[in-house]
Design a protein around this ligand. Structure first.
Ligand code: GLN
Length: 448
């Protein structure tokens, strides 16, 4: 399997339809991979500005994402032969009375771009005369900001502009000639793969299959106007629930790992000699002190430098677990301290060792007393799984973004998403509260 990195939505080159990433680039690289002797591809949909790093770190084998071959990028990756040509189009609101013809007409205007793209670089070159440049994670958000009046114009690749003008109340006012060429990218020095892809690409471009793809994605209105698939957000609930399945897995993985780490650190911090106590206190400070997104990037992008390559979902679950472990250790430590030292002394005096006292006397009580604080931690982990989007994990929020791109109904879709998070967190909180009441320790802990 050839692991392909891409960034949706960039229609018709890459977008999500019926829950899977599809598009010209995806079909093309799949056909090329097969011609080059692979048995197929797996696609990882990630932020555009993470693609090169993910390729360098070995998380993906090839970038197929309408990526322009630029001298700066050529320093970092190797590109195949060009397969497409593009310029930059200026999009403005339909009927807005603003009709810029070139970059100078954009003087003093707020420009929306997608982070790390050639459109963004073009705007930055002209920075002195332009108004503020607003970076967006995807072109979709830049276009939504344009529709909502937050930016005056958006710079987008010309081959992608028709997909946006046909779906949103925006028009193309001019095209700035940049003469860009798209290529697929491989890790620098990976000449074996590069040569294989190049010869397969050459053959593919000369075959009728290439024209079939052109018709499918560029002449066929049905695939351009994907929103004709139906505007009712309710229709997309099954996809959202698939997204929620990954959210639930990440939450469970994060909480379980966090529980293991939390229980161990709490043991070290309450029962072991001072030196170990201080060390584990320092560890949990570090775990709690690192922003979750930085933890994700460390695990996903930095570990490969020491030879450990984690799948995006696993990196996210471990990141959530490490961070939650830091917090859970605090929950368990404070409940253990509230149980008091007499019980430990009593346990030790009947011949238990420190570990046995912790395991048989302190921990069972601490776990029961920790339930209210722990259900709070559950809600935090549940909500923070959405950050896994940055690594390309298609959890609930990412799935929702895909559906917004398709239905153009941010209100309906995000309300459904909010409802799913709400039902999941209240459901678990209620269950936890019931368990707390049922397992309450007479004379210890507050609450009902
Ligand atoms: N062609 C542009 C670039 O390489 C945009 C590509 C994209 O957003 N997928 O920067």
């Amino acid at each position: 399997m050839l692991v392909v990195g891409t960034n949706t939505p960039f229609p018709p080159f890459e977008y999500v339809a019926n829950g899977t990433v599809t598009g010209f680039d995806i079909d093309a690289i799949n056909a090329i991979a097969i011609k080059a002797g692979y048995d197929g591809i797996t696609v990882n949909d990630m932020p555009f500005d993470s693609l090169i790093l993910a390729l360098q770190e070995g998380q993906i084998d090839v970038i197929a994402s309408g990526m322009t071959i630029t001298p700066a990028r050529q320093q970092q990756v190797d590109f195949t032969l060009p397969y497409w040509e593009a310029d930059q189009t200026i999009l403005v609101r339909k009927g807005g009375g603003f009709n810029p013809q070139d970059m100078t007409d954009l003087a003093g205007k707020t420009i929306g771009v997608q982070t790390g793209t050639t459109g963004a670089y073009l705007a930055e070159e002209d920075n002195a005369s332009l108004g503020p440049i607003k970076d967006h994670d995807t072109f979709l958000y830049a276009v939504l900001d344009l529709v909502n009046g937050r930016v005056d114009a958006v710079l987008v690749d010309s081959p992608v502009a028709p997909a946006f003008t046909s779906q949103y109340p925006v028009v193309a006012s001019a095209t700035i000639r940049t003469g860009e060429q798209y290529g697929f990218a491989v890790r620098k020095g990976n000449t074996v793969l590069l040569n294989a892809l190049n010869s397969a690409l050459r053959k593919f471009k000369g075959s009728p299959d290439w024209d079939v793809l052109l018709t499918k994605y560029f002449n066929d209105q049905q695939s351009m106007n994907q929103n004709q698939q139906g505007l009712d957000p309710l229709q997309y609930v099954p996809y959202l629930l698939t997204g929620f399945y990954y959210t639930a897995l990440l939450t469970a993985g994060g909480l379980l790992l966090g529980c293991g780490i939390g229980i161990s650190l709490a043991f070290a911090e309450t029962c072991l000699p001072k030196a170990i106590r201080d060390l584990s206190a320092a560890v949990d400070q570090v775990l709690r002190g690192i922003p979750l997104i930085v933890m994700f990037f460390l695990l996903y992008f930095s570990l490969p430098q020491v030879g450990i390559t984690l799948a995006p979902g696993l990196a996210a679950a471990i990141g959530l677990g490490l961070r939650s472990g830091g917090y859970q250790s605090q929950i368990f430590r404070s409940t253990i301290e509230s149980i008091g030292t007499e019980q430990t002394e009593a346990a030790l005096s009947i011949g238990m060792n420190t570990f046995e006292a912790y395991r048989h006397v302190l921990l069972p009580q601490a776990l029961r007393l920790s339930i209210p604080a722990w259900s709070n931690e559950f809600t935090i982990v549940l909500k923070d799984t959405s950050l896994a989007y940055a690594l390309g994990v298609t959890e609930l929020l990412k799935e929702a973004a895909n559906i917004v791109a398709l239905t153009l109904q941010p209100l309906g879709v995000y309300l459904i998403v909010a409802a799913i998070y709400f039902v999941a967190s209240t459901g678990i909180n209620r269950t936890m509260n019931m368990l707390y009441v049922r397992w309450k320790i007479p004379g210890l802990g507050g609450g009902t």
